[in-house]
Design a protein around this ligand. Structure first.
Ligand SMILES: Nc1ncnc2c1ncn2[C@@H]1O[C@H](COP(=O)(O)OP(=O)(O)OP(=O)(O)O)[C@@H](O)[C@H]1O
Ligand SMILES: [Mg+2]
Length: 303
């Protein structure tokens, strides 16, 4: 069933307040109590008139709500709640999806929530929706999901340029995973990264070696270029006896999806995509989609 979710302002304060009060009253009693319980229709109206919120309905009745609170380029979701009688109807997931869309439209770099440490189910809910813990300040756990950015890459030079620009936000210990079809431009992108980092040696397809190390020409991090196709798992990287430690290098894994997941909580996922799948590049130019994952990217502005 599709749950309709609408963007609302102060006009919906009474409904939002009713949902939030019912949702938070139904939760376990916490010490200190959830601030949400002290909201009034007036305080909700003030928050809604400033930054708006979302209201989900089931069979025409208010079923879930949240308030937006932008701060420093990200948007916090506050007072996220589903009415007890509407639990299990997919309302929470629909709210998360709509919030991510709104945040992307608003040009925010991420969506952040605060969850109470005492509520592991709530924390697990956010993790299932792609949020990762970025810090703790008792009694809260702060979780964030960053938003992907897409950049057009109509030709190989643009692809190299994007890699080179992205190198500007990378530092030692970072992991970049690169995915895209055969011939998508993954190695071309990595050449740009290498140029941007100022490393030695031509970056070529690592097809005949599992990993190649390009030392820095200055005193920056080396570039470790890995062909994950030939790698059983990233632990094997540790066994390769590269003459650099991954903590001191920027590691780029081609075909990194799957292999790289789980190995590092922090990573920059780069996907090279074509919208229609047509082989004619003029009709269907490539796009580079960059998705930061994990706490490392808090406060980092993408290119
Ligand atoms: N954005 C782009 N638009 C059009 N052509 C591109 C683009 N980026 C790279 N190319 C060209 O596509 C070809 C394949 O590029 P590349 O070797 O980088 O792909 P790859 O994804 O690494 O391939 P493989 O899957 O074999 O590892 C090259 O000829 C390259 O110049
Ligand atoms: Mg390649």
């Amino acid at each position: 069933m599709v749950t309709p979710v609408s963007r609302v302002g102060a006009e919906a304060a009474a409904e939002v307040h009713a949902v939030v009060s019912a949702a938070f009253a139904a939760r376990p009693v916490l010490d200190p109590p959830a601030d949400a319980l002290s909201e009034t229709p007036e305080s909700i109206a003030r928050a809604l008139s400033r930054h708006g919120g979302l209201l989900a309905t089931v069979a025409g009745k208010p079923a879930g709500a949240l308030l937006f609170a932008p701060s420093d380029g990200v948007v916090f979701l506050r007072r996220f709640g589903v009415a007890p009688e509407a639990q299990g109807a997919g309302v929470a997931g629909a709210l998360v999806g709509a919030a991510l869309e709104e945040a992307a439209k608003g040009g925010f770099s991420g969506v952040v929530v605060l969850a109470r440490e005492e509520l592991p189910d709530t924390i697990a809910f956010w993790r299932r929706h792609g949020f990762a813990e970025i810090r703790r300040h008792a009694p809260y756990v702060e979780l964030a999901r960053w938003l992907p950015r897409a950049y057009p890459a109509p030709d190989a030079d643009t692809m190299r340029g994007l890699g080179s620009q992205l190198a500007g936000i990378l530092r030692a210990g970072d992991l970049v995973t690169l995915t895209g079809q055969l011939g998508a431009g993954k190695t071309t992108f990595t050449q740009g990264l290498g140029a941007g980092l100022g490393v030695r040696g031509d970056v070529t397809s690592p097809t005949f070696v599992i990993a190649r190390v390009h030392p820095s020409l200055a005193d920056g991090p080396a570039l470790v270029h890995v062909d994950a196709y030939r790698l059983g798992g990233i632990d094997e990287l540790d066994d390769l006896d590269l003459d650099t430690s991954l903590d001191e290098a920027v590691t780029v894994v081609e075909w990194g999806e799957g292999v790289a997941e789980g190995l590092s909580e922090d990573r920059l996922e780069v996907r090279i995509v074509r919208a229609t799948g047509s082989d004619a590049v003029d009709e269907d130019p490539r796009q580079v989609v960059v998705l930061p994952v994990g706490p490392r990217w808090r406060g980092v502005t993408l290119i």
